[in-house]
Design a protein around this ligand. Structure first.
Ligand code: G3P
Ligand code: CA
Length: 268
């Protein structure tokens, strides 16, 4: 996953649909990645966590409260942590009505269901391991699901990046599957980039912590596969910011308004 830059050319960053297409459909659901595909997002981003009985599910918050009707369905079980509910209990929840009545009955997808839909849509995935400290061993488990669904075979590997805010989790993924492309979320100090480059191919900072000098410094270090480290900025949802970070030379932009960002970049 690289931008289509050649030496001397202006870089056109890859644009990745943050949680699918959350401006149009409920985040991290199957309708959200379908919609992302329809607005031209060949790449989508998601968040993976684990249920009480060990199922991997796609949901952003560590609580089900914001993006499902868990509070109504299970009133006595505050604070509705993902890790305290079984997969069967979560499968009963409505993960669409909070967004719009048009999405009533949308479910929290399992990772397996999600990967099958990404494949069906011919999309690529930036998979975030969310809160790995809550889920010991989740890295190996995610790789098992990805492997079962064919995502660790050579052609598919180009369509997958695994990222986390936890550098330890990213390092574990790299050690378990060295061929996989990995990314650390955040902006480590330049002095520590070489340490990250042992296990991460990309450094993915919030756009607010970016500068042209930082992007150049990251590009100046080679990652575990011998290529210069890449930079994907998040979460860039407006034209001005998109143009600014593209001018810094980022390789990717993670956006909740991916169609807006793509249009902005086309109009440069
Ligand atoms: O992909 C980067 C971005 O998703 C990290 O923040 O909170 O939206 O997962 P968050
Ligand atoms: Ca995320």
């Amino acid at each position: 996953p690289t931008s289509d830059a050649r030496a001397g050319e202006v870089r056109t960053p890859l644009v990745i649909g943050h949680r699918g297409a959350p401006a149009y459909a409920p985040e991290n659901t199957l309708p959200s990645i379908d919609k992302a595909a329809r607005v031209g997002s060949a790449w989508v981003e998601n968040d993976v966590q684990r249920t009480k009985d060990g199922e991997l599910v796609v949901v952003h918050d560590d609580s089900l409260q914001r993006t499902t009707d868990a509070k109504q369905v299970y009133p006595g079980r505050a604070p509705w942590k993902v890790k305290d509910f079984t997969a069967a209990e979560i499968a009963r929840l409505d993960a669409g009505s909070w967004f719009s009545p048009a999405y009533k009955g949308t479910r929290v997808p399992t990772l397996d269901q999600y990967m099958r839909r990404v494949e069906h849509n011919h999309q690529s995935l930036l998979l975030e391991i969310k809160n790995p400290e809550l889920y010991p061993g989740i890295e190996r488990q995610i790789l098992k699901v990805l492997g079962n669904d064919g995502w660790l075979d050579r052609p598919h590997l180009k369509r997958l990046v695994v990222q986390s805010f936890s550098a330890a989790s990213v390092r574990t993924v790299h050690e378990l599957k060295p061929a996989l492309t990995t990314a650390c979320l955040g902006a480590p100090p330049v002095s520590r980039l070489k340490q990250y480059a042992r296990f991460a191919d990309l450094i993915n900072p919030s756009y607010g912590s970016l500068s042209k000098a930082y992007v150049s410094a990251v590009h100046g270090v080679r990652g575990p596969h011998g290529r210069p480290l890449g930079v994907y900025a998040w979460t860039v949802d407006d034209k001005a910011t998109a143009l600014k970070v593209a001018g810094y030379g980022v390789d990717g932009i993670i956006s909740s308004e991916a169609d807006v960002v793509r249009a902005a970049l086309r109009g440069r």
